[in-house]
Design a protein around this ligand. Structure first.
Ligand code: NAP
Ligand code: GLV
Length: 322
């Protein structure tokens, strides 16, 4: 049985040693190598699994994506070929919610700008007008996509006595009871919120969900945070409103053409930028690869995996060896 680690291009940085240790443990039970007769793949989110790739792997049965978002994989193409895709939900929810809050606070209180200011030797004296930000406590937080991470971000807002608005395709009564959140449409959320945090998955419906028209609805004093996927926000439009002062600030962990960052954003002080590190803690990354491997091994052993994405492939049981 082969479990190749598919790498479409050479890794520039070191592969996570924890992931390598996990794979080595797996080798005790399975042979692990790259082979055209690949039956299983472990992929990280920068790996694009396209419809073109799949016919080159005729025996492929399972793809374990080590991420909760799976916009890097052509899911309909996998389903058509009977290939099961799995992901890693839940285990990274809290770490990602924490990073959304880190960006929210950094953008509101000009933390990254202040850090640059001090390092540049510009802090000469305390000044009444120096780096005024906006209050966070008592304000309105709008959650675009109140799923696992969106709800975790909202829960943290209770410590800041914030009012919560949210969008989702269906009402979330439990979440509303827990946080007093109110479901509104996207326009209403953008108009009323002081902080907007994006948590929808990237899909054809959510690509450029927040563009120039939507940004124009936001308050001038508002802050936009995106830890979901870059293409959900029109980056060029965002750079324009931030530059003009039409929007107070933004905090971004993800980018439209990752790892490229729009040149218009790089020169701005009122945007806090992180290199897609939402789930990047030692503990969370360990739980992510363990979850991915648990999914993969389940399929190879003929069991139902815990986190199927295209579960319709499982109608006749886990995909069998071809
Ligand atoms: P989730 O639980 O599936 O939540 C997604 C939410 O978005 C659901 O509430 C869903 O609504 C809602 N939604 C989907 N399409 C929508 C649409 N067209 N309009 C409005 N709402 C829509 O996923 P999650 O675990 O919270 O993860 C969310 C995303 O975060 C992932 O897909 C990934 O892209 C991103 N992420 C980023 C990082 C990072 O490192 N920065 C880490 C982890 C995840 P329904 O409930 O009605 O279906
Ligand atoms: C990270 O971006 C993920 O989707 O897990």
């Amino acid at each position: 049985m082969t479990i190749p680690v598919y790498r479409p291009y050479p890794f520039r940085d070191a592969v996570d040693p924890a992931l390598v240790r996990g794979l080595k443990r797996l080798r005790v039970r399975f042979e692990t190598r790259l082979h055209p007769r690949t039956e299983a793949m472990v992929v990280l989110l920068q790996t694009k699994v396209t419809a073109d790739l799949l016919p080159t792997l005729p025996r492929l049965r399972v793809i374990a994506n080590v991420a909760v978002g799976y916009d890097n994989v052509d899911v309909p193409a996998c389903t058509t070929r009977g290939i099961l895709l799995t992901n890693t939900p839940d285990v990274l929810t809290d770490a990602t919610a924490d990073i959304a809050w880190a960006l929210l606070l950094a953008a509101a209180r000009r933390v990254t700008e202040g850090d640059r200011f001090v390092r540049a030797g510009k802090f000469k004296r305390w000044e009444w007008t120096l780096m005024r930000g906006v209050d966070v406590h008592g304000k309105t937080l709008g959650i675009v996509g109140a799923g696992r991470i969106g709800q975790a971000v909202a829960r943290r807002a209770r410590g800041f006595s914030m009012r919560i608005l949210y969008t989702a395709r269906a009402r979330k009564p439990g979440f509303e009871r827990e946080t007093d959140a109110r479901r509104v449409d996207l326009k209403g959320l953008l108009r009323e919120s002081d902080f907007v945090s994006i948590h929808v998955p990237l899909s054809p419906e959510t690509r450029h969900l927040v563009g120039a028209k939507e940004l124009a609805l936001m308050k001038r004093t508002a802050v936009l945070v995106n830890t979901a996927r870059g293409p959900i926000v029109d980056e060029a439009a965002l750079a324009r409103v931030l530059r003009s002062g039409r929007l107070f600030a933004a905090g971004l962990d993800v980018y439209e053409k990752e790892p490229e960052v729009h040149a218009g954003l790089l020169g701005l002080e009122n945007v806090a930028l992180l290199p897609h590190v939402g789930s990047a803690t030692d503990e969370t990354r360990r739980r992510m690869y363990e979850t991915a491997l648990r999914n993969l091994v389940a399929v190879l052993e003929g069991r139902r995996p815990p986190n199927p994405v295209n579960a319709q492939v499982l109608v006749d049981g886990p995909p069998r060896r071809r």
